[in-house]
Design a protein around this ligand. Sequence first.
Ligand SMILES: NC(=O)c1ccc[n+]([C@@H]2O[C@H](COP(=O)([O-])OP(=O)(O)OC[C@H]3O[C@@H](n4cnc5c(N)ncnc54)[C@H](O)[C@@H]3O)[C@@H](O)[C@H]2O)c1
Ligand SMILES: [Zn+2]
Ligand SMILES: [Zn+2]
Length: 341
Amino acid sequence: MKCVKLEGKRNFQVGEIDEPISNNGEVIVEVKKAGICGSDIHYWEAGEPKGLVLGHEFAGVVLNPGNREDLKEGDRITALPISPCGKCPSCLTGNPQYCRETWTYATGLSLTNPGALAPKLKVRSDMVYKLPDNVSFEEGAMVEPVAVGLHAVHLADVKVGEKVLVIGAGIIGLVSAMFAKKEGASFVAISETNIERAKKAVSLGVADKYYDATNPDLIKEVMGDTTNGFDTVIECCGNSAAVSSALMMTKPGGQIILVGVSLGPITIPTVIGVMSELTIKGAIAYTKEEFKTCIDLISNKQIDVMKFVDDIVSLEEVQKSYERLTSGKDAAVKILVDPNK
Ligand SMILES: NC(=O)c1ccc[n+]([C@@H]2O[C@H](COP(=O)([O-])OP(=O)(O)OC[C@H]3O[C@@H](n4cnc5c(N)ncnc54)[C@H](O)[C@@H]3O)[C@@H](O)[C@H]2O)c1
Ligand SMILES: [Zn+2]
Ligand SMILES: [Zn+2]
């Protein structure tokens, strides 16, 4: 069957992949919608590993329920892409997101388990969740990134009245800002280098104010709006400039949640964290409970995720969509792929 494969630096090609077969009880899914994620962009920019079929945010229809007796052909589902071992101390204490195998064999992020940039995929049966009838495939494909933001805000334990800064207005930053507001933050700001995305964060109602991250007077402006910096800064970019700016914009004694990922080491002025006694926490993925909560929040209309969806494209348009998302000038945040389009 057709698929999109990583063939080199910033280079996708439409190619061929074997049809998935359920040989270990896995569920075979017809992909209806798949999301393009900032993490996928890191792989695309690095061009490695060659042959990777990305796509870890998806929703679709069951073709073969595998060993799931509660599922049948035609059921509408989404799934966690993670692949925890189930035996290590992290798995046994309910934190599969820390398990070493979780990412090594993740669906859509590993060569072993090709992702949703293809008409069909195979997924671990214990990771599959049914979608309620009122949750569309588009919304189903948004559950995964929304759960990342929920997890980050849970870890931040935002208090009513706090001032929160989110760095980066990609989907992860936008949903983190949305949940920080829901938790009762009195002022939520977004800092962005892409001014179109920054403005969008405010017009979508997830942030009260945006900062132009390229403004040389940024720190002065932030200090004017806060008392000595933000209580909590949620960093959703992962590069050196962004993490360094997080250190500078957090108030003494405040906290930084690191959500952004860098594939390589980066340089940051740790002395600021030392002198200001900052708490720095990493946030990776979500728990199964948080994933399920996001399905419920969408179904109950407590959050609107469709406002973040900018476009739905075919497999042939994936390369062009990645170029668009990395142009630094486009307001588009989330592009979904319909592999059967
Ligand atoms: N920890 C996790 O579990 C997890 C899960 C998903 C994604 N991520 C990571 O989170 C990050 C965000 O994901 P996304 O899908 O929103 O990505 P994205 O690429 O769409 O968004 C990143 C945004 O950061 C902005 N940016 C870059 N440098 C900046 C700076 N110095 N100051 C302000 N803004 C800056 C970019 O313009 C872009 O809009 C990525 O690094 C991704 O790999 C982490
Ligand atoms: Zn993702
Ligand atoms: Zn494990």
